[in-house]
Design a protein. Structure first.
Length: 137
């Protein structure tokens, strides 16, 4: 029974480690998907900016207020595109990155622990084993 108990403990440990890895990889996949979607948004913003520049020149003659508003919107979109495409907005600070990483790993560990508890029986305590082995002999 002790061998089975040790094997069960090892299986639980490996299952927990694999669950942690799976959850962490899912978090990374989600973040990469978000970055990919942001790139798609930047591709869509490009034509909108050229349209706004065209409107700016034609509306500026009739409505000077529209010219300044379109100029402001164009500058905002330009800044957004430059930050996103240059990668400056995706640079991570080491402290924030490690805190976020630690939070993700803790969350993955909690989920893995719960899944392990659902799949495998609990390991008997050594006190229970010693009492039952003493009564057998």
């Amino acid at each position: 029974s002790r061998v089975l108990s040790n094997e069960l403990a090892e299986i639980r440990k490996v299952t927990k480690m694999l669950g942690n890895a799976r959850m962490s990889l899912e978090q990374v996949q989600l973040r990469l998907t978000t970055i990919h979607d942001l790139g798609d948004a930047m591709v869509a913003i490009g034509p909108a900016m050229s349209t706004m520049k065209g409107l700016k020149s034609s509306l500026g003659r009739f409505m000077p207020e529209a010219d300044s508003e379109l100029n402001s919107m164009t500058q905002t979109l330009n800044g957004l595109m430059m930050d996103s495409l240059a990668g400056d907005s995706f640079s991570m600070e080491t402290g924030a990155s490690s805190e976020e990483t630690e939070r993700i790993l803790q969350e993955a560990s909690a989920v893995a622990e719960q899944q392990i508890g659902d799949k495998f029986p609990s390991v008997p305590t050594s006190t229970g084993l010693s009492q039952s082995s003493q009564s057998t002999y």
